[in-house]
Design a protein around this ligand. Structure first.
Ligand code: GLA
Length: 730
């Protein structure tokens, strides 16, 4: 049974600590609307007392008793370590040189540093026997109600130790019924939503593919506390996301007394990490937020925080674009591209992106996915005028220019593979399996890091007019291993750290270039990548109905200002589905809009519509990028999907609504708006159509009306859609 007591000087003396650290110690890691209270117990260990709404003075926890048996060792340690009396899932597991695999962390000291918007609490813990130290770091972002937490593990002893587990953060929640929302999927079906009530045992969300880690699951979740149902507007919701682009593991353990502990960090599978004398290991950030106003607020907290502090591009408006991939694939000449640029300019688009297929020559020419990766010189047979000519052409037309690379990879059919077989990720005497005819380059090797940086650097030198790089990564790791590393188990961690190191180098030299993180679509969608990349390619599936679900899921965690969304041709190249052009545009409008088709295949009428839809998008895209996202209904629940983005000052908003299932004549949609000022008057008008679906089009309504009664546009047929501007009527 745990007790926080007023004095524990004996214990501290045993630990060699000074007498002035003996008062009961509670630390309140607080934001404007949430509070994480940590307390040191009479055993000198650090416990989580509370995470949720503020509870007032933290000293009220003095004498607190959980009522649990202390000999069961299941109390809520702030950073549970394997060994001693603790037997549940650990955040930390260490084996020492003498064969001992127990760790019992006790409090040593702490510091608090404050800036106007962030309060940073660092707490030093030490194992009772060895000199292993852990510093827990909590950064409390006041306005956004976000707590970013990670750990630094230091081997203070004289001999090498091995880390079997080294999570970033652990959080404890009271016994109860909690609904977990998490994400699953595959290529072309990313960020599908799964919801389940947690039951006793361990629920794990993880990936072990090394790279391209977010197709199958995503290192993020929302947890509706004390609830078995999802609400956008009510109840306590905790959201979490790990900022790591490698293997991850998030464990939700509900123990025998139904208490829930969430442990999040790097996946330690096949990654037993050696820590030499004096060495430190810094874990990636785990981002937590608490909302007392449902899932909508939790999402908005993450969006606000990430746009301000994490994402490389902080919600600036970016150019609309035409990407060559689905319109031309590998089959193009300079003329094909300049024609596409002409058409893009004609439709009012602002950038042209040349996708795959422009490099490598002769037998390795990149005319399909099985050739050329690694040989990053322009294919002069295909593009004799060079990239500069095309980039310059785009600039002359008033468009920016972007280009595709996949620098972490090498095709079997390439000069690079022949010249540097030792640079390929491989395990000695095991088969080198290919995907898309390609292998992964071993980023743990500093020579390869230089090469990958060089690919980016040289591509930027192809022209003075390169404004955007699409960085792709089209396979995962198999038969992991490195000819460079002595310790193979460091591979997965070192790979991701090396990727970040390269990105820091790139950003130091090219701070302005827009970089997209693409990985066969949404295979690298995480807050770690977003510290360096401006945007993510959400999915290779550009079909609008599929996109509803992909975008809904992605934007539960990640802000719309980073999610690329393109209008493509019908029948869809991925699903075969036919959707109206208006529906496709209205769906793409919810993110960073682009087109990905051959404009020549559009009719004159379609081009007129495209021009008009792009032009209207430019009038409200600032709301998509920096406004507050409100989900008005979920695509999983009914026949419609609707969202809105409202400006922070509540003077403008854009509402996007879609009919996604056939529903006969009975189920008419009704959308109650959110995020407006009840006391303001707003004019509502529909965009992208001359025949509004709403009887109130052009009228003025009060904020009260729009939020308490709502609007009922006649979106009755499958793929009917509407975009409404809502503007304060002054
Ligand atoms: C991946 C990307 C696509 C496209 C192709 C090119 O699949 O996700 O967008 O760039 O590669 O080969």
């Amino acid at each position: 049974m745990k007790k926080i007591i007023a004095a524990f000087s004996c214990l501290l003396m045993v630990l060699g600590l000074s007498a002035n650290q003996v008062e009961p110690l509670f630390l309140n890691v607080a934001t404007d609307n949430s509070s994480l209270v940590l307390g040191v117990g009479q055993d000198g260990k650090l416990y989580i007392q509370h995470y949720g709404a503020p509870v007032g003075c933290e000293s009220q926890f003095e004498g607190y008793q959980t009522g649990r048996r202390v000999d069961y060792g299941t109390d809520d340690f702030a950073y549970p370590a394997r060994g001693g009396r603790y037997y549940n899932q650990p955040a930390l597991a260490v084996c020492y040189a003498d064969g001992d695999c127990n760790t019992e962390l006790t409090y040593v000291s702490h510091t608090i540093t404050q800036s106007p918007s962030v309060v940073k609490t660092e707490i030093l813990l030490r194992d009772v026997k060895t000199l292993l130290e852990v510093t827990l770091i909590y950064e409390a972002y006041q306005k956004e109600d976000v707590i970013v937490s990670h750990s630094v593990i230091k081997n203070g002893g004289k001999k090498r130790v091995y880390l079997d587990s080294y999570a970033s953060s652990s959080m404890a929640f009271p016994a109860g019924k909690h609904l977990l929302t998490h994400f699953y999927g595959s290529w072309a079906r990313e960020m599908q939503v799964a919801r389940e009530i947690l039951t006793p045992g361990v629920k794990t969300i993880q990936n072990r593919m090394g790279i391209r880690t977010t197709h199958t699951e995503n290192p993020s979740f929302l947890l509706s506390l004390h609830s078995d149902s999802w609400s956008e507007t009510q109840g306590e919701v905790v959201a979490g996301a790990l900022a790591w682009s490698g293997n991850y593991k998030l464990d939700f353990q509900m123990d025998e007394s139904q208490k829930l502990v969430v442990i999040a960090g790097i996946n330690p599978e096949a990654a037993r990490y050696p820590l030499d004398k004096g060495a430190e290991f810094e874990t990636p950030n785990m981002i937590w937020t608490w909302s007392g106003e449902g899932a909508g607020r939790a999402s908005r907290n993450l969006h606000d925080w990430s746009r301000r502090y994490q994402c490389y591009s902080q919600a600036e408006v970016v150019p609309t674009l035409l990407n060559s991939w689905e319109g031309a694939y590998f089959d193009f000449t300079t003329r094909t591209l300049t024609d596409m640029i002409d058409d893009a300019a004609d439709m009012g688009l602002e950038m042209f992106v040349l996708d795959d297929g422009w490099f490598a020559s002769g037998e390795f020419a990149r005319n399909d996915s099985r050739h050329g990766l690694g040989d990053w010189e322009v294919n002069a047979e295909k593009l004799p005028e060079g990239i500069d000519y095309i980039a310059d052409y785009a600039h002359q037309k008033g468009l920016k220019f972007g280009i595709w690379i996949e620098p972490e990879m090498v095709n079997k059919a390439s000069r690079l593979a022949q010249e540097h077989p030792e640079w390929i990720v491989q395990s000695k005497d095991r088969e080198l399996t290919t995907t898309r005819g390609q292998w992964v380059l071993d980023l743990t090797n500093p020579q390869v890091q230089d090469f990958v940086f060089g690919v980016f650097d040289r591509t930027m030198q192809l022209s003075d007019h390169i404004d955007y790089i699409k960085w792709d990564c089209n396979r995962h790791v198999e038969s992991f291993g490195s000819t460079y590393l002595k310790d193979q188990e460091r591979f997965y961690v070192d790979y991701t750290q090396a990727l970040y190191k390269i990105m820091r180098r790139i950003r130091a030299k090219y701070p302005e270039v827009i970089i997209q993180s693409c990985s066969s679509g949404g295979g690298r969608v995480d807050y770690g990548a977003l510290a360096y990349f401006d945007e993510v390619w959400t999915s290779d599936n550009t079909e609008a109905l599929s996109r509803v679900f992909i975008q809904y899921g992605t934007n539960l965690i990640y802000p719309a200002c980073v999610t690329g969304s393109h209008v493509s041709a019908v029948p869809s190249h991925q699903t075969g589905n036919m959707t109206p052009l208006k529906f496709r545009f209205d769906i793409a409008a919810a993110g960073r809009i682009g087109m990905e088709l051959q404009p020549k295949d559009l009719t004159a009428e379609e081009k007129v519509f495209a021009r008009q839809a792009i032009s209207s998008y430019k009038t409200y895209r600032d709301l998509v990028f920096s406004g507050d996202l409100y989900r008005l209904c979920s695509p999983y629940d009914g026949n419609h999907y609707a969202i809105m983005y409202a400006s922070k000052d509540k003077s403008r908003a854009v509402v996007m609504a879609y009919c996604i299932r056939y529903q006969a004549r009975t189920l008419k949609p009704y959308f109650r708006l959110q995020g407006l000022d009840p006391d303001k008057e707003y004019k509502i008008y529909e965009l992208n159509t001359e025949n509004s679906s709403f009887w109130g089009n052009g009228k003025v309504f009060s904020g009260k009306y729009l939020m308490n009664h709502g609007i009922n546009p006649a979106l009755l047929k499958l793929y009917d859609s509407a975009i409404f501007m809502i503007e304060e009527n002054k």
